[in-house]
Design a protein around this ligand. Structure first.
Ligand SMILES: [Zn+2]
Length: 431
């Protein structure tokens, strides 16, 4: 007679796999999947395919042909592994991006060494998000061992290009039906949000390029031309006096972290006017001309309470106002990128399930957060039409993209238990 409950067996099995979890994380870090340019995607997909096919997963390798950056030199490979259970039921999908950002300066560890020290595994991508990927694999493998006759299916995907928008990764797979609601019912993205937090979604993004026009003339006689940079100065002035205070006053009920992102924000991403900049002295001095064009790229992050038309109107009304009041002012505007805000309901099944698993594993109440920036949930929501999706995984968000990035082994073990218990609730035997 088995005296241990299934829950106890599952958590004990995950504890037993601690060394395996460390080794797996190290192996993943040692495959340098830098993006840009998108290196070694095939290598890491093959590694995951080999590991998961040995555990009974069916493997699909999908190249996002024609997606931005895809080439024979840097093919955008993705892997989707699916393990069918013993009887029909729902599908739980763990999605992790396989790419990592540039190493940058300031490291004291080997960025691709996967060193283990004081209970931490170091390396680029350790927390964002190879540690999360490893934890989800261990969770699934332990669950399958403890509960071989589970209902439904488990999917694990490793996807390309999240750091550059996800078009060669989750967006491509969503277009091919991999996240269709009839195939997948629950999605967990093990991004490094801290093991006691559930991330419900993200704010919206609107990127646009504003151009002011002028008239070229000799720089010694600027009165014969019209300076586009001065027109842009007037735009900046309006933004400072009216737009920035207005944005700061817009507060959201979304639980966005950090606190400063609980409002609408605007970043001026770049500004350039006139001739191209003189970067090297040997190219000589610039010639004296009045700039006839000035371009500014803005990055506006908006709230679920705002709509995109209103966000655009705030900008165009400033520009149209200047057209009325400022002599010879003229402008163009071009949208570059848009992502609508998304937030999964707190009573969605994946949220309540992971909430219970956090309580059981950590003995604390989870906090619910919303990300200031976007991640692959946008494609799952918009293209896949799947709302039952969260980000939950080990690691400290603030370490992402920094030198000496690491993931704590205890955190990975704990979050693997949370993911394993969530599988037990959703796919385990009915009691
Ligand atoms: Zn990430």
């Amino acid at each position: 007679m088995d005296t241990l409950t299934l829950t106890d067996r599952l958590t004990a099995t995950i504890d037993d796999k601690r060394d395996d979890l460390i080794a797996l994380t190290q192996d993943l870090i040692r495959i340098p999947t830098l993006n840009p340019p998108g290196e070694n995607y095939r290598e890491i997909c093959d590694y995951l395919a080999k590991r998961l096919s040995a555990k009974g997963f069916q493997i699909e390798l999908v190249r996002a042909e024609g997606s931005p950056g895809d080439s024979d030199r840097y093919p955008r490979w993705n892997v989707v592994a699916r393990r069918e259970g013993a009887e029909p039921g729902e599908c739980v999908h763990f999605n992790s991006h396989i790419d990592v950002v540039d190493v940058g300066r300031g490291w004291t560890k080997d960025p691709f060494g996967g060193e283990l020290e004081d209970g931490k595994v170091y390396g680029r991508g350790a927390c964002d998000m190879k540690g999360g990927l490893a934890a989800s694999i261990i969770a699934a493998e332990a669950f399958i061992e403890c509960c071989p006759d589970f209902r439904g299916a488990i999917e694990i995907s490793g996807t390309a290009d999240e750091e550059s928008g996800g078009f060669g990764g989750v967006a491509y797979l969503a277009q091919k039906g991999f996240f269709a609601p009839e195939r997948v019912q629950h999605v967990i993205i093990p991004e490094p949000l801290n093991k006691d937090r559930i991330c419900l979604g993200h704010r919206g993004v609107w990127w646009a390029e504003i151009e002011t026009y002028g008239e070229i003339a000799h720089g010694s006689m600027p009165f014969l031309g019209d300076c586009a940079v001065r027109h842009m100065g007037a735009v900046l002035d309006e933004m400072e006096t009216s737009l920035f205070p207005a944005l700061a006053a817009k507060r959201t009920d979304m639980p966005v972290v950090p606190e400063g992102a609980k409002q609408s924000t605007l970043n001026i991403n770049s500004i350039h006017g006139g001739q191209s900049e003189i970067v090297r002295p040997e190219t000589g001095l610039p010639s004296p001309v009045v700039p006839d064009s000035c371009r500014m790229v803005i990055d506006r992050r908006f709230l679920i309470e705002e709509n995109i038309d209103e966000v655009q109107r705030e900008i165009t009304s400033i520009l149209d106002g200047l057209k009325q009041t400022r002599e010879r002012f003229d402008y163009g505007i071009r949208e570059m990128h848009r992502v609508l805000p998304t937030m999964t309901e707190k009573d969605a099944p994946v949220v309540t399930t992971v909430t219970e698993a956090i309580r059981a594993t950590l003995g604390t109440e989870p906090s619910y957060v919303v990300s200031p920036g976007t991640y692959d949930q946008k494609h799952i929501d918009r293209i896949g039409k799947l709302k039952n999706c969260i980000a939950y995984g080990p690691g400290i968000l603030d370490l992402a993209h920094k030198p000496d990035e690491y993931v704590g082994v205890d955190d990975m073990v704990d979050s693997a238990k949370v993911m394993g218990l969530s599988l037990l609730t959703l796919l385990g035997p009915r009691d």
